[in-house]
Write a protein that binds this ligand. Sequence first.
Ligand code: SAM
Length: 212
Amino acid sequence: MRLRNVPGSREDIANSEFVIQNPEKHRGEIVSLFPSKQPLFIEIGMGKGQFITTLAKNNPDINYIGIEKYSSVLVRAIEKQTELELPNLKFIRMDAENINDVFAENEVDGIYLNFSDPWPKDRHAKRRLTSRQFFARYEKLLKPEGKIQFKTDNSALFDFSLEEVEATNFKATEVSYDLHNSEWNEGNVMTEYEERFSAKGNPIKRVVFVRR
Ligand code: SAM
């Protein structure tokens, strides 16, 4: 996913009105950066932003923040938003490891994780966005009724996530090993990776994590 040497990406991000600069300064009141006070959903590791941009377009009564570590892909999401100017969509460039510095307790209504990096080596397990360390971070910022929706084509990462959640205060619901041929596919919004991998014939897995 990481594109190298995208000219000007850092400058584009620093100057973009759609990117929340110094997001930790708005902790607990991030909604005030949007024109409307309404529920807030975030996508962590949004890449080029196709998924969250589509959701923001389809659901004007929800605010969205896309979080991405790398400028080189974030800049593609900014390009889309520069054309659309959706009032309910903003971005943050950050490593999600620091997400609790940016969002206060109960500040977020829902989390999307799409095709998260698998980090296949055991010693990197805690970097996976569905590791127990990340669930502990989500627990702090997510409202009690908030949900975490996770999609991937990666069987090992999916199985890891279903096992890992057992060690947390969340539980797995709506588990599907073939989302596109399941009852939960209606209204599904495809991500860039989802389009690519399902075109190759890979079944897409999906789970929704809720509090126990
Ligand atoms: N969600 C997109 C999709 O489904 O098309 C992109 C998937 S891509 C495999 C994973 C993305 O997550 C990459 O753009 C990567 O930079 C980002 N990412 C991975 N770990 C992250 C982290 N700790 N914080 C923020 N972004 C992260």
